[in-house]
Design a binder for this molecule. Sequence first.
Ligand SMILES: [Mg+2]
Length: 380
Amino acid sequence: MKITDITIDRFKTTSRTVADADGHGHPAPEPYETTSSVMRIHTDEGVEGVTVGGNAALVESIVKPLLIGRDPFYREQIWHLLNERQRLHKGTLSDKLICAVDLALWDLAGKATHQPVYKLLGATRSKVPAYASTMCGDELPGGLSTPEEYGAFAKACQDKGYSAFKLHTWQPPIEWAPDPKMDVAACAAVRDAVGPDMRLMLDPFHFYDRQDACWIGRELEKLDYYWIEEPMDEQSMSSYKWLTDQLLIPVVGPETMEGKHFTRAEWIVQNAADISRAGVGDVGGLTPLMKTIHLCESHGVRCEIHGGGPGNLAALCAMQIPGEYYERGLLHPFVDYETPPPHLHSIADPLDDEGNVTIADTPGLGWDFDWEWIAAHPID
Ligand SMILES: [Mg+2]
């Protein structure tokens, strides 16, 4: 089998969330028209691999010249070619684009062999407990604008079946944020609302200094929180080593630090965090995510997966160490997460009554695109 072409379909769709000036999503006043794209890797045998995303100009100039004519099952070779090509193209060839190519190749392999990707990886389970992961705090009355509103939302998520809940608290561009005391007040209100048994985690402002991060962590210990995630700039690994030494509560990281599985290896060797973290989008695809997971397993370190979607769910269903939770969201009292956007027939992460997400058993990664809708809403 040979790769013959890579195409990007850009199309109009609708969204219920808008990004603030810092890039964090919040509820949109009304659903509005936006754009999306699907990358397709074509082969001479008619099998296609698909995934969301992809930049047409970069695919044309960098990815296609490397991939056309290659066997799509040579994922490891292709991933390394793209990783090496990044060296002089760091500003343009992102981990996100490498991730899209890698996910499309995994989808293709699943379709060619008539197997879901998590079984190709070596399956361990077909469903994963999910935590409700909130959007960042806001100033929308009735939304996530006060500690009490976080508490009420956590209770609603508990009633829906979730066994765990993670707060993202207030951050710039909100004028008064960040505020460590408000973060802890929200965490206390959530604990108060859901009782002692729900697993709770905090992902606060990412640029606190050591003292603020340590104070928040110690308050979370009193509230029996399960982990604290990325409270400081991850470019300073020694700050994390310091924090991890101070706290009993597990510190989770690195999440957004560049460097793929190589960075995670350095953090593990330095004991810079208690639990490692990676998602397909952070490390450049499912191929390096599985390396990260096996690296963690080799050191007895947990690896909590960052973000949702079919690639991360496939990894979670193919790992032996926890990887305890699927991150479901981001959620908000005003946003309907359960109804798919118009370009999908169904969402990738349906929740059952016990708070688990079950993976699709269809060949490939399980994307359920509405191809008729996509074809009817093209952008030139
Ligand atoms: Mg995070």
